[in-house]
Design a protein around this ligand. Sequence first.
Ligand code: ATP
Ligand code: MG
Length: 183
Amino acid sequence: MADERAVPLVAVIGVSGSGKSTIGRALARELAVPYAEGDDFHPESNVAKMRAGTPLTDQDRMPWLHAVADWLADHAAEGGVVACSALRRGYRDLLAAAAPGVFFVHLHGSAELIGARMAERHGHFMPSSLLRSQLDTLEALQHDEQGAVVPVDGTPQDTATLAVAVVRAHLSPDAARQPPIGL
Ligand SMILES: Nc1ncnc2c1ncn2[C@@H]1O[C@H](COP(=O)(O)OP(=O)(O)OP(=O)(O)O)[C@@H](O)[C@H]1O
Ligand SMILES: [Mg+2]
């Protein structure tokens, strides 16, 4: 009998600069499912705030989170990967309520490492000044969430390989009811 979790439905989460877009795209390619860029679901007013270095309020985030949740729900049968910071437990609960099969891949690195990578990034609207507030906002995956922590201190290829492995482990039948996979 087919395992109902055999379709990968993944939200790649983490602070700005942790590699969500880079790894999310690679993961979707490897798993052969559609990819969505969570940033594309922000209304223009949110993009303007982020560009100005102003942290978003929870109220700002609601239309964005609901749009991401809708995308996940729409891809529950086909599978998909979305890059979406989802730093707070409450945001992830909203996504998981809309798409109960969603698996969270949390990209984790030190503030120093991610800050250095952000400083090297060009043509991106997220200024480094938001990193601190994102790190303060971040709530780690909890044991009753479906997800895994993936370190980003290697190359993008290393990280993508680990991300594929944790998703495949989750999808394998004997991975049922496991707590989040730690570092
Ligand atoms: N191991 C790694 N994993 C992921 N990204 C890495 C890694 N090593 C270096 N990088 C680089 O770090 C940067 C990560 O940027 P990326 O835009 O993917 O992050 P993001 O989480 O999507 O940020 P944002 O939330 O601002 O959109 C890229 O320039 C990527 O090449
Ligand atoms: Mg991104």
